[in-house]
Design a protein around this ligand. Sequence first.
Ligand code: NAD
Length: 381
Amino acid sequence: MATQTIGIIVNGATGRIGSTQHLANALVPIRDEGGLPVGDDRVVPRLMLAGRDAERLGALARKLNAEWTTDLDQALADPAFSVLFDAAATHLRQATLEKAVAAGKHIYSEKPVALSVERGLDLLRAMQARGLKHGAVEDKLSLPGLQKLKRLAASGALGRVVGFRIEFGWWVFDGTEVSCQRPSWNYQRKDGGGLILDMYPHWRYMIEGILGPMRRVVTALSTATPERIDERGARYAVDVEDTASSLVELESGAMGTILSSWATRVRRDDLLTFQIDGTKGSAIAGLHRCWTTSNAQTPKTAHFNITTDAGIDYRSHWSEFTESVSATNPYRVGWENFLRHLKAGTPMQADFAAGIRDVQFAQACYRSMKDATWINLAPPS
Ligand SMILES: NC(=O)c1ccc[n+]([C@@H]2O[C@H](COP(=O)([O-])OP(=O)(O)OC[C@H]3O[C@@H](n4cnc5c(N)ncnc54)[C@H](O)[C@@H]3O)[C@@H](O)[C@H]2O)c1
């Protein structure tokens, strides 16, 4: 078996998602296992960590046995590195990807891949004109819970899908009593913050990947926590939404709701739940587990009992769906798909165009709020 080394620049390497999921849980294990088998060969990542802070980069690079640089332009000029992966803060993405495309690098990008559909399409056209390969991180469908939900929905066991509900969120402290557990850039418009830009790209591929195309959306958003304290202890005004509610109509005619909030306390099965209701049954997934129920298990509820608590445990009518699914880290799944795409041309479902569709959904929700109307989700041409 021959080995082929692929040089990958990981920009934003010391960030939360870059250092943990993409490096420690995906690229480094692939490299240390001797590379990813693709056909008769093995593809071995060679890692160049890029970022701003030399001290943190050096320490991370030593730990992961990787190279590092604070000079992204120099790394982009190096022909030994043919791929640029971007996991830096969102507002920096466009400029980084533009430079990388100009340098002829294949692109793999965290979400959102662009700040608008138009700018994303510009990048896609530039990549296509240069024959560059591209991919977008769309990790959530590889979570065990969502793999199970997708399998149940595809099996027909739920019948005709009539509705769905996504609920997401937890309490994010503002920094006064307890320090804030998310980076402050997530709450500043100039830095690419905002719950919709952050989370709705995921909701797009989860919904369309399991239930098919969306037709239109209407969204309301609000800011529950108008002031926060940042990493340096400075008070700042939040100028983006931290709460959003959407109503989505699918091409099939089914309707769904999405409730997302950084200002809610969890009393549901998981931090993220996705329920699908169908004519034969329902299913609900969390990140790891999935439960289902059928018409035969559904209680024949006739009315409220307003005088006494009926004492019914509605969850007891559901059973856990325990079929085994892939346990591979979802970010590693994305990297394996992208490396196969690079090496063997295997189709990349989560390509940059898919990433732009994710951005389109987020952008439509902002427009819906601004114009107080439904927004059509026909794919951009
Ligand atoms: N796929 C997912 O589920 C998922 C989860 C979290 C984050 N993300 C995405 O990953 C990206 C990073 O998010 P994170 O939570 O890791 O953030 P983070 O703040 O932990 O990391 C951001 C990185 O960008 C760098 N950075 C920030 N400002 C910079 C500047 N002005 N110049 C140069 N570098 C700068 C930081 O040094 C750091 O390396 C975002 O685009 C986010 O949307 C995706």
